[in-house]
Design a binder for this molecule. Sequence first.
Ligand code: IMP
Ligand code: MG
Length: 178
Amino acid sequence: MQNDIKQVLYTEEQILKRVSELAADIKNDYEGESILMVGILRGAVMFYADLVREMDMQLHMNFMAVSSYGASSQSSGVVRIQYDLDEDITGKNVIIIEDIVDSGLTLAYLTKTLKSRNPKSLKTCCLFDKKERRRVDFKADYVGFDVPDVFIVGYGLDYAENYRNLRYIGELKPEVYE
Ligand code: IMP
Ligand code: MG
């Protein structure tokens, strides 16, 4: 598995340090409130688990699973919800926890969908942001790292469902996916 990695971009230590900073920012912004943390399966699981354990406050955990309809590069912006929330979010402070924003299509769709369910507030938190790849205007509220336009894996992020269990974030060798 390690042989497919061109270089390590973020070590486990660097990731955990940034995750605890994000947890502190969120905790600070929601003083005295409770939060529903909505993790997007499966990429966000490692980030999610580390983030919530750094937050010393009342919060609820729930999950959704989505996939880009049509797959690959030419997504139409239609995102399919494979597994929806099993609770009503009306009047709740919701934060969507996602691994990475790329074109922005997934989160633009998800925020639109969840907003229509009348939460008290809705924000997004992403560990990685590939800003230069944006196809729709979308800005996350909390971002861990801005990353260049290279394909990254590990810490929950996959290529063809592999590499999610790496402890670090690595740049995948192009020959693996070309
Ligand atoms: P978007 O709708 O284009 O913003 O897509 C976001 C999704 O694309 C993420 O949830 C990831 O599943 C996937 N993705 C985008 N870039 C990468 C990457 O570098 N590594 C792994 N997955 C990625
Ligand atoms: Mg994903």
